[in-house]
Design a protein around this ligand. Structure first.
Ligand code: FE2
Length: 337
């Protein structure tokens, strides 16, 4: 059966022409070049303060649970992934898998947990097994992105209105053609009352649709103040927009409004195709790919850098096995414009 005629696609490629302007070498540290662990840790801490991004090679990592010890150089408060929108498997009680999104989906630039009331300032991501060529992670300098966005009318609207994050959760006991996550599985209850109690405690808006779907939404600041840089940073990502599903059947057969999640400006007005293009362009102007080698580890300031994962293809026999751990938790304070 060919469903393509029903699919609604924007056909806007998130990653531009792939001419990356930043040099990977400027962020790499080769662990083998250090005579002592202490010297290596000092170099990592220094680069964290100066650049907020470190790509470590030759770590000798044998298991992804070891990401914890690399993370502990920078922080000691680890988060669980409670409240995240995607399911996560675990490598340890602090290290999660990141293979929950199909490889043919472009995950465009975002800041982790930008839609939650608290977020990890730092995450540490590692590659245990990687394909020969494909499967890179992209990172983008969020200072440059923020400046570019604020220069546009869209940036001014984001500053004034914030972003509204919307989720549609289907009813487990209704025969739905397209299912991502049921509200019963989100809130671990079959009781509408209990789900509503949680929603009200979070100050979210909500409505029950005639087919039993629960739609929640809430508005957050599109920017977040970075203490060390003394600067308001764009803190969002179109990965939370319905466009995320454009390549993903059957979600691309339903409207933006019906998709499992989407985002609008705070007043409910939709992002136009031109807005989406502008946001993608802002990310693409100062970026570089982390080309994973076995046992590479990257330490990332989640506010200072955005990250993305383009769609990738595995050749026969190839695997992409990665993990992530997150911490240095911060409550959202928003911007101070
Ligand atoms: Fe992410």
């Amino acid at each position: 059966m060919n469903n393509s005629k029903n699919e609604q696609k924007r056909n806007i490629y998130p990653f531009g022409n792939k001419n990356h302007t930043l040099n990977t070498d400027a962020f790499q540290i080769d662990c083998q070049e250090f005579s002592s662990r202490n010297a290596l840790e000092n170099a990592i801490k220094q680069q964290w303060n100066e650049k907020g991004l470190i790509v470590l090679s030759n770590t000798g990592m044998q298991h992804l649970s070891e990401l914890q010890k690399w993370a502990e150089i920078i922080f000691s408060d680890f988060t669980t992934y409670e409240g995240g929108s995607a399911p996560r498997s675990k490598w340890s009680d602090k290290v999660f898998g990141i293979d929950d999104t199909p490889s043919h989906i472009d995950m465009c630039y975002h800041n982790e947990a930008c839609y939650l009331p608290s977020f990890p300032r730092c995450f540490v991501i590692g590659s245990l097994v990687c394909p020969a060529e494909d499967g890179n992670t992209l990172v983008s300098d969020n200072v440059a992105t923020t400046d570019a966005i604020l220069d546009t009318p869209l940036g001014k609207a984001l500053k004034a209105k914030g972003i509204r994050y919307i989720r549609n959760m289907t009813d487990k006991y209704t025969d739905n053609a397209v299912v991502y996550k049921h509200w019963q599985d989100t809130f671990y209850t079959d009781s509408r009352y209990e789900a509503e109690q949680y929603i009200k405690s979070q100050n979210w808006d909500y409505e029950w649709l005639p087919n039993g779907t629960l739609r929640t939404s809430y508005c957050v600041d599109a920017f977040e103040f970075h203490e060390q840089l003394g600067k308001n940073m764009y803190f969002a990502g179109l990965v939370s927009h319905a466009a995320f599903f454009d390549q993903w059947h059957p979600f691309n057969t339903i409207t933006d409004e019906e998709r499992p999640f989407t985002m609008t400006l705070g007043d409910g007005s939709a992002f136009s195709d031109d807005d989406i293009k502008q946001l993608y362009a802002a990310y693409n102007q100062a970026s570089f790919p982390i080309v994973w080698q076995q046992a590479d580890v990257a330490i990332v300031d989640n506010l200072r850098w955005s990250h993305a994962r383009p769609a990738f293809n595995l050749k026969e026999g190839e695997q992409r096995v990665m993990g992530v751990t997150m911490g240095m938790m911060k409550d959202r304070v928003g911007s101070n414009f």
